[in-house]
Design a protein around this ligand. Structure first.
Ligand code: SF4
Length: 363
């Protein structure tokens, strides 16, 4: 705990809070991109301690929340095929599709398995050549290198029964969309530290310059978040729009070169639908031509069933920072973690689950 406690020091936190209160002179909206940051902000009561003029809005950085209904429906369809095993991380199993979730499909007899790594699925495929294993790969740049490595291993092992159903997304195109959307009012960003640990932060420089918005690369502990907010507010008050690296103990300008090489070798960038937001150009990752035989979209015939989300769920507006969970009429009523209507109430990184579990305030 030593290396965590030093980023949770109450005296230093009080000093940073005091500095924020002294620096701010007018209203600012700051978006934290990552769902992990949302949870830390809400769980630690930071939002309630900030000056009222700072409006923290919650961004689309929760992989479970942005995975489109159509991909959940496809995964369920695959899980019902003979000798197909559908594998994914725990939260993905509870996300509602059009009519059901992977968990309810499993309860009805489909072979759906919870795994902790795509590399585990490669091993399962190696051990059981008579079955076909599909990994539902949701996530941002943080998890893409492990997915790439799984495909590299599957190729080395000569597997013909391992596949990926990709729901992988990229952060900078989503930020570009938010900054170009007149309905979204974001003055500054806390960028996700773990994403930048992989990618570095050079891709954020043109975004900050073109849209004149400060972007502070920020971690997840209390002091990280307070310092990120302080750096962002200072820039806003001084009319600056720079990329600042507050998470330098983890993030280097060019990220992790080995992880980036695996991603570049295996994946190509494609347009991608984000749940509740719509299609964002060049915001997804798919297996490239060399690895296409591992792509579940090409390996299996799948009917194109029109996907539908709950009409009362306003997840899209929450993920774009236009609304807060408490603005949703279903929050804490029809929609709870036990009976989620939308993905942000399912995921451990979803804003609705964070407010449900931790917030004294709901908006
Ligand atoms: S509370 Fe439930 S229904 Fe409302 S936006 Fe959140 S996930 Fe959707």
């Amino acid at each position: 705990m030593k290396h965590l406690e030093e980023y949770r020091n109450a005296d230093i936190a009080a000093r940073y809070l005091d500095d924020i209160h002294k620096v701010v002179t007018r209203p600012w909206s700051i978006m934290e991109i990552c769902g992990g940051q949302t949870h830390s902000l809400v769980r630690n009561g930071i939002i309630e301690l900030l000056p009222q003029s700072i409006n923290m809005v919650h961004g689309p950085g929760c992989p479970v929340c942005v995975t489109p209904v159509a991909i959940i429906d496809k995964a369920i369809h695959l899980s019902r095929m003979s000798r197909v095993v559908l594998c994914s991380f725990g939260d993905m199993l509870r996300v509602p599709g059009t009519r059901e979730s992977l968990l309810s499909a499993k309860a009805a007899g489909a072979d759906v398995r919870l795994v902790y790594s795509p590399l585990d699925v490669v091993q399962l495929a190696k051990k059981s050549p008579g079955s076909k294993f599909v990994f539902l790969a949701a996530g941002f740049e943080t998890t893409a290198p492990a997915n790439a490595l799984a495909l590299i291993q599957a190729e080395k092992l000569g597997l013909d029964n391992f596949y990926v159903l990709s729901a992988q997304v990229l952060v900078p195109p989503a930020m570009e969309l938010l900054l170009s959307d007149a309905d979204t009012q974001v003055d500054g960003f806390l960028a996700a530290g773990h994403v930048c640990a992989i990618t570095g932060y050079m891709a954020y420089l043109p975004l900050a310059r073109q849209h004149q918005v400060p972007i502070v690369i920020t971690g997840f502990e209390v002091l990280d978040l307070l310092l990120g907010i302080l750096h962002c507010v200072r820039q806003l008050e001084h009319g600056e729009a720079e990329v600042a690296n507050q998470y330098a103990r983890v993030v280097k300008p060019n990220g992790n070169s080995q992880a980036r090489e695996w991603m570049a070798r295996v994946f190509e960038v494609s347009d991608r639908e984000w749940r509740g937001i719509g299609t964002i150009p060049q915001s997804g990752l798919e297996p490239s031509i060399k690895y296409r035989r591992f792509d579940a979209n090409f390996a299996f015939a799948m009917a194109n069933v029109p996907a539908e989300t709950s009409h009362s769920c306003i997840a899209g507006q929450i993920l774009k920072g236009m609304k807060k969970p408490g603005d949703c009429a279903s929050f804490r009523k029809e929609c709870t973690p036990l009976h989620p209507l939308g993905a942000p109430m399912v995921s451990s990184e979803g804003a609705c689950a964070a407010y449900f579990n931790y917030a004294k305030i709901s908006s």
